[in-house]
Structures are given as C-alpha cells and as structure tokens.
Write a protein that binds this ligand. Structure first.
Ligand SMILES: N[C@@H](CCC(=O)N[C@@H](CS)C(=O)NCC(=O)O)C(=O)O
Length: 395
C-alpha cells in the first residue's frame, strides 16, 4: 500500500479522517460509500481546498481524486489501498473480503468488473450525452471552483478547460460513433443482469457489502446513477440497480424491501444464482479486453527489456495509460487505453485463486467455467504491478 507521512511540523496533521474528492467524482463515491458503511467518521473536502493544492498534490505527485488523510497525517491514494488500509486498521465494522474461497474470488472478479470494466460506459454516458448532462455537470464540476471563490467568468473558463480535458478521454477509451452501439448494448445487458440480481438480493453476494459492491458503486454511482441521462436510463430500465446505488450511499443497510435478509454472507460459501448472468456478461464483454490489455502490456514490457524492480510504470506519475489494446466488443473492432492499474486489480483475482488448495480451486474453477470465465483465474502479465508512493510500479 502506498503512503507518505506528513512532516512533523505539519500542525494540520491531526483530527478526523479527511477525504478529498467530489460528489461528481467516480472514485470518491466508492470511498465515501465504504466509510459510511463501516461507520468511520470523515470530513469530505473538495480538491479546490488550498491544503489539497499545497500539500496533498505534491505528495501524491499529481492531480488525482480521492485522497484520504489519516489522523496521523499519513496520506493514502487509490480507492483499493484506502479500503485495504481500513480493513487492517481495526476500524471496519466487518471485512469486505469474504472468508469463503468461492465468495472471495467471485467478489474480487466483480470488483474488477465493477471498477475497471464499467469505466467505458461511465465515461460514454457522461460525455457523449453532453446536451442532456451539460447543465448538471457544469453545476457539479463548478462546486470546486465556486468553493474556491472564483468569479463566474473564471469558473466558466475553468469548466470549459477541465470538462474538455475529461471529454477528450472518449476516443482514447475507444468510444466513437462506430462503437457506440456496442458500448451501449454491453452496458444495458449488464444492467439487466444486475437488475435481476438486485431485485432479490440487497448486495452482490447477499446480505452484506463486499469489495464487489464497492467496485460496482464506483461507476454505478457518480456517473451512471447520478448524471441526468444515464440515471434516467437506470431508473427506467433497472430500478433495482438504482436502489442499490441509494443503498450503497446509506450508512445503514438500507434494505427494507428485504425483510428476511440477514446482514451476513451465505455461510456455506455459495454465491447467488443471479450472479451467473453477471459473470456471463463479464466473460462476453470484458474478458476479451482484459486479454488484450495483458497482451499489449506484455508486448511493451518485452520491448523495454530489463526493468528494475519497483521502477515506476511510466515516466511521469500523471501518465497512467501505457499503450492501447485491440479487441472486439460485440463484433466491433475496439482500440482502447491499457494501463497497469488494470493488472493491479486483475492480479488480486489470480492471486486469490492461486492461493487456494486443490478442492477449493476445483470448486472455484467449476463456477468460473460454468460462466465462461475460467481464463480470468490464470490471466497474468509477465510482470506484477505494485503501488509505492501513490503510483504504480513494476514489482
Ligand atoms: N485507481 C484510482 C483512480 C482514481 C481516478 O482516476 N480519479 C479520477 C477522478 S474520479 C481522477 O483523478 N482523474 C484525473 C485525470 O484523469 O487526470 C483510484 O482508485 O483511486
């Protein structure tokens, strides 16, 4: 886990957990949801906060949200590392890593799908529907600039620049007029599978949130569940998924429609049957991309030759995407950014599987095979990714 200590002279390094992020931010919602569910008190601050600009950004080496500061001054960036910190700190009410082998590997696979696999849909439905979303997005991105006290003309100028920068991710993610139909079809298929699931279960694995739920809430909340156009689609087509987004933002279980659900995972290490359809969506629409990402990052690594252990993955911390991956999405040729962070999330799945004993391995393999996802369990790149000083490095 990456961390850095504030200097001893830093008198601000005390008090509650600080969460720097924004209501509009994809990854901030994931951490906010986790802190609320775990009953961990925090104070949220916008990235325009002078302290974020002056101290946090230099420490984490770039502009990135969210960042958490612990009461002892330690900064933690990256939503997965933030969750893992609290998992080990003793402050969490319950562990979000299931003990059951099948539940654990499925949860990690769903975390990967929810956090990484849904990014394209989240970006598409936010930025390709500019007309429908524009007024809301200007309000939301404007919060930070308004909090900084900027006059309206300056806010408008900042918004044009920053929103233009984010909008420019679309082609890099393979979102073009040619691919729109495939991108939307794959999202709506997953949404339908998730809706059928959340109609009968409050959370991904049953009665308690796990890493799987926090993976999904990243993309399903700020973009897909909150921006005007996609949130309307979600309410109309998948109301149970919309309820899930509300539930994940509540500090209690928020599941009155499941009066018989216990706040626990099934004790026999089973996973809900309705997750099968979600896994099949992943096998069809995300596994080919994951294979392509591994393949293109491997090709880049082979070209570079020897790379020292713990060498940063890129020349500058702000560069997270190293190469592009080519794959087919529902028959449409796609070219999209490939970054080592995806490997970081993927290797959590393959590590959890590799750590199992024979019988457990077989049981996990049987479930993944039944849904066409067996390759995911052993899909590895030639180098592992770790995180040090808030950035990804080659292990
Ligand atoms: N893997 C990181 C991703 C964080 C991330 O990409 N955050 C977005 C905002 S929601 C960001 O800071 N983007 C800045 C940029 O793209 O330059 C995490 O889980 O914390």
């Amino acid at each position: 886990m990456s961390s850095a200590s504030a200097s001893p002279s830093d008198t601000s390094a005390s008090g509650p957990v600080i969460l720097w992020g924004a209501p509009v931010g994809l990854y901030t919602g994931k951490v906010r949801s986790y802190l609320r569910k775990q009953g961990i008190a925090y104070e949220e601050r916008l990235p325009s906060d002078p302290e974020f600009q002056r101290q946090v950004m230099p420490a984490v080496q770039r502009f990135i949200n969210p960042v958490v500061r612990l009461p002892d001054g330690q900064l933690v960036q990256d939503t997965t590392d933030i969750i893992d910190h609290f998992e080990h700190s003793g402050q969490a009410r319950f562990s979000v890593y299931p003990r059951g082998p099948l539940q654990r590997v499925v949860a990690l696979a769903m975390d990967l799908l929810g956090g990484e696999g849904l990014v394209r849909a989240a970006m598409h439905f936010r930025w390709s529907y500019r007309t429908q979303n524009e007024a809301f997005l200007r309000h939301e991105f404007g919060l930070s600039f308004r909090a900084a006290g900027l006059p309206q003309a300056a806010i408008d100028q900042q918004l044009d620049g920053f929103m233009g920068y984010l909008n420019a991710y679309l082609p890099k993610l393979g979102i073009t007029t040619q691919s729109t139909a495939a991108v939307e079809a794959s999202y709506y298929a997953l949404l339908a599978a998730l809706d059928a699931h959340f109609r009968v279960h409050p959370y991904v694995l049953g009665g308690l949130p796990t890493v799987a739920d926090f993976g999904f809430i990243a993309n399903l909340y700020a973009h897909l569940g909150r921006d005007p156009y996609p949130s309307m689609q979600m309410k109309l087509q998948a109301p149970s998924v919309y309820r899930f987004t509300e539930r994940m933002m509540a500090s209690d279980a928020d599941a009155p429609e499941f009066p018989h659900s216990r706040a626990a995972l099934p004790e026999d290490d089973t996973v809900p049957e309705t997750l099968g359809a979600v896994a099949r969506c992943m096998a069809q629409d995300f596994l080919p991309e994951l294979r392509a990402i591994v393949h293109s990052l491997d090709a880049g690594l082979a070209q570079q030759g020897d790379i020292a252990p713990l060498a940063p993955v890129s020349a500058k911390p702000s560069i997270r995407m190293l190469t592009s991956a080519e794959f087919s999405l529902r028959g449409t040729a796609m070219q999209s950014m490939a970054g080592p962070y995806t490997l970081y999330m993927l290797q959590r799945v393959t590590d959890a599987y590799a750590a199992l004993g024979g019988d457990d391995k077989q049981r996990v393999q049987a479930w993944f095979s039944a849904h066409g996802l067996q390759d995911l369990l052993t899909l590895r790149a030639r180098r592992r990714v770790a995180r040090r000083n808030h950035i990804e490095v080659w292990e």
